[in-house]
Design a binder for this molecule. Structure first.
Ligand code: FAD
Ligand code: NAI
Length: 509
């Protein structure tokens, strides 16, 4: 009984401490302190983008040391790992968005933010040209921003490989708008399929959901979509239950190539049970408004070209360069061989440039284009900038002390200054000891539907591969802990409970 009493007390106290922690987090969010304005006498550090790389840099950066300017057409940070869940309403999109204004308002010194797209980087002149692409435009909607230091974190575009019809008829899955378009399109296809006098052939086409690309984006989306059908659509539109079909098309011999063999097999087996059709070794060559044209090898090894009708087409075939990055590559001779992004050295400096760094999907540093890599790069760069500022501070102090030492009256006074100089030099050496960027891979996680996930987790020098419902619980807890803010965490949890209790919302807006 004594043990039970103590357990009860400990639980009670931890619940109070947890509630107080969350309460303080919310209070703090709503009551930012006053900030000193940006100091134009300091070096101007321009950061392009508000994605994983840039925001992770801004999170750790001591903004008092620089005159920081952020330029991005998106005035929020997006937690992309949960974006596939927004396409079917498991999570509402605003739950995974964090307004950049709220976040910047909590920095020590104020940061200037411009909601604009950077259209060109002029390296020679050290200016960025920016454009306000929003609906409402003022008298000025295009201008330039000078920089002393520049961090490029503009991410990447969707790869289409120039395949005809993809841009016109396919839907992508990178931004919030994409997820909303997919959600509406799914419902539109279902409602149109149940329209009076629709032919069986047309119903079949409209209810065929095709996903091209068997990387993690395609797999996670296919899993979410089948969940949506099994738990909700089937109930509310019973007439579609025998016709609704999800197909995943992949050019390579298997899906999820970055995962271990046993997890690839597990995913393919789970998809089979979920009745998702996987078409591997099938390359899409052309897209029209009603069908895709795919090429595969028949049993005799001969090439087969077939037309696959679809209602919804989600195109998830990886990344391509943004125009601003392409243009910048063309300006720098040392970048002439860069194909997949800006080549950077081990300090993330863009090769062939001075005081220009690149992070995330727009940079090529021999790592996969993931949020994990982008956020580690951003955090490392912030540490380096903080160290650089400290170095400048110490060097200025050292210069002052050497003058003082020369003018000091008598040997004793000179010795005192000399001791101070020695201390500072020691500090300077410590501060300057920042090694190159090194990525620590913590593992790969992906949701595969039916409340199952796969995980390849780095463990000591080895790797743990696991798949199933327990891994799904781990996936959920990992992503909840990684969410940007307490607010995001609460909203995502509420959405999960809401969709479990009431089902996902099938209205089309
Ligand atoms: P982004 O996060 O894409 O940010 C780019 C920023 O630049 C945006 O704010 C954009 O608005 C801005 N921008 C664009 N053009 C300009 C311009 N011209 N001027 C100024 N700003 C500009 N990775 C994982 O590790 N784990 C996952 O589970 C995972 N899940 C994912 C799920 C989906 C659906 C997707 C699409 C990706 C996922 N990723 C995941 C990959 C991850 O999201 C990217 O690797 C990561 O976003 C890259 O970060 P970034 O900062 O380079 O670019
Ligand atoms: P991806 O590059 O990982 O996969 C794209 C797939 O499309 C490839 O397997 C490719 O063979 C296939 N493909 C290309 N053209 C094709 C065609 N014409 N026809 C058929 N198949 C074709 O792209 P994805 O999934 O968009 O991911 C991009 C990046 O984001 C990756 O680095 C990925 O690791 C990361 N990411 C990570 C997630 C996670 O860790 N859970 C989730 C989503 C993305």
């Amino acid at each position: 009984f004594r043990f039970l009493r103590w357990t009860w007390r400990a639980t009670y106290l931890s619940a109070i401490a947890g509630a107080a922690y969350v309460g303080y987090g919310i209070w703090d969010l709503r009551h930012p302190d006053d900030q000193p304005p940006p100091d134009p006498s300091k070096k101007t550090l321009v950061v392009l983008g508000t994605g994983w790389g840039s925001v992770s840099l801004l999170k750790k950066l001591d903004t008092e040391n620089y005159n920081v300017v952020v330029v991005s057409p998106r005035n929020y940070f997006l937690f992309t790992p949960l974006l596939p869940s927004c396409t079917v309403g498991t999570i509402e999109h605003r739950s995974i968005m964090e307004p950049i204004r709220n976040f910047l308002r909590h920095k020590k010194a104020a940061v200037k933010y411009y909601e604009a797209e950077a259209t060109k980087i002029d390296y020679e002149k050290r200016v960025i040209y920016i454009n306000d692409d929003s609906e409402i435009k003022g008298d000025v909607s295009a201008t330039e921003v000078p920089f002393d230091m520049l961090v490029i974190g503009v991410g990447a575009e969707n790869a289409t490989f120039g395949i005809p019809g993809v841009t016109e008829h396919g839907l992508f899955l990178k931004e919030v708008g994409d997820a909303q378009r997919i959600r509406n399109r799914i419902m539109d296809c279902c409602e149109t399929a149940t329209f009076k006098d629709q032919s069986p052939e047309e119903i079949k086409r409209l209810l065929h959901m095709v996903v091209v690309g068997g990387g993690p984006t395609g797999v996670e989306f296919a899993g979410e979509l089948q969940d949506f059908f099994n738990s909700d659509l089937k109930k509310w539109l019973p007439e579609i239950k025998d016709t609704f079909k999800v197909t995943l098309v992949e050019a390579l011999p298997n899906v999820l190539p970055m995962f271990s063999k046993q997890l690839i097999e597990y995913t393919e087996k789970t998809f089979k049970e979920e009745t998702i059709t996987i078409r591997t070794k099938t390359m899409v060559k052309k897209v029209t408004d009603k069908y895709i044209e795919a090429e595969s090898a028949g049993p005799d090894g001969k090439k087969i070209v077939e037309q696959i009708p679809y209602g919804l087409l989600v195109w998830a075939t990886g990344n391509a360069l943004r125009p601003i990055v392409k243009d910048f590559i063309n300006q720098i001779p040392a970048q002439k061989d860069s194909r997949r992004g800006l080549a950077v050295n081990e300090y993330l400096v863009v090769k062939g440039c001075e005081n220009v760094w690149a992070v995330g999907d727009c940079a090529v540093a021999n790592y996969a284009p993931t949020a994990q890599v982008a956020s580690q790069e951003g955090a490392w760069l912030a540490r380096m900038f903080n160290q650089m500022a400290k170095t400048h501070e110490i060097e200025a102090e050292l210069a002052e002390l050497s003058v003082k030492q020369e003018t000091a009256p008598g040997k004793d006074a000179r010795d005192v200054v000399f001791a101070d100089i020695k201390d500072l030099q020691k500090r300077l050496r410590r501060v300057k000891q920042i090694g190159p960027f090194e990525y620590t891979h913590q593992g790969s996680l992906a949701y595969i539907g039916s409340e199952k996930a796969v995980a390849d987790i780095a463990w000591w020098s080895g790797n743990i591969a696991s798949g199933g419902t327990l891994t799904y619980l781990f996936w959920r807890s990992a992503y909840i802990s990684m969410c940007f803010s307490t607010r995001n965490r609460i909203l995502v949890c509420v959405d999960w409970v809401k969709s479990k209790v009431f089902g996902r919302d099938v209205s089309r807006v």
